[in-house]
Design a binder for this molecule. Structure first.
Ligand code: HNI
Length: 141
């Protein structure tokens, strides 16, 4: 459960991302694939080195889903149900990958927002993204 203050931190940071989902998402994926190459296993259909167009396109879809989550903080499970089914049953993404993505997400935020990205904002985003990851992985077997 997120406090009112945590919700405000999430909304404040999201306001800076909204409208720029594609470039933020592409940078996130580039960091994820570069820092943790094992994550590329799930994206083999994109080839060994996904190009900018692929990164922008998938990055945008991923960040748009984060935007949906931001708008449904009180009801993440219902809002993300189709995506949870996809990741757990179809893509079968190992839950161990999610903390790697969360770490890269925070680095993207910190590198863009610099001093504006306070420790309280990082704590709120960590909690929020962990909540999203729990929903996307809890059906994994
Ligand atoms: Ni994820 C597809 C959102 C974590 C591997 N993923 C999607 C789609 C969205 C999405 C949206 C597109 C769905 C569709 O087309 O209907 N993924 C998210 C979110 C997170 C996340 C919000 C975490 C916050 N995904 C991960 C992780 C991995 C991952 C950690 C693996 C390392 N996702 C995939 C793969 C696909 C995917 C693989 C399919 C890609 C494709 O090209 O079809």
């Amino acid at each position: 459960m997120l406090s009112a203050e945590e919700q405000a931190h999430i909304a404040q940071v999201w306001d800076l991302i909204a409208g720029h989902e594609a470039p933020f998402g592409a940078e996130l994926l580039l960091r994820l694939f570069t820092v943790y190459p094992s994550t590329k296993l799930y994206f083999q259909h994109l080839g060994a080195f996904p190009d900018e167009v692929q990164l922008l396109s998938h990055g945008q879809r991923m960040l748009q889903a984060v935007g949906v989550a931001v708008r449904h903080l009180d009801n993440l499970r219902a809002a993300l149900r189709p995506l949870a089914d996809l990741h757990a049953h179809v893509l079968r993404v190992d839950p161990a990958n999610f903390p790697l993505l969360i770490q890269c997400f925070q680095v993207v935020l910190a590198s863009h927002l610099q001093g504006e990205f306070t420790v309280e904002m990082q704590a709120a985003w960590d909690k929020f993204l962990t909540g999203v990851a729990i929903v996307l992985t809890e059906q994994h077997r």
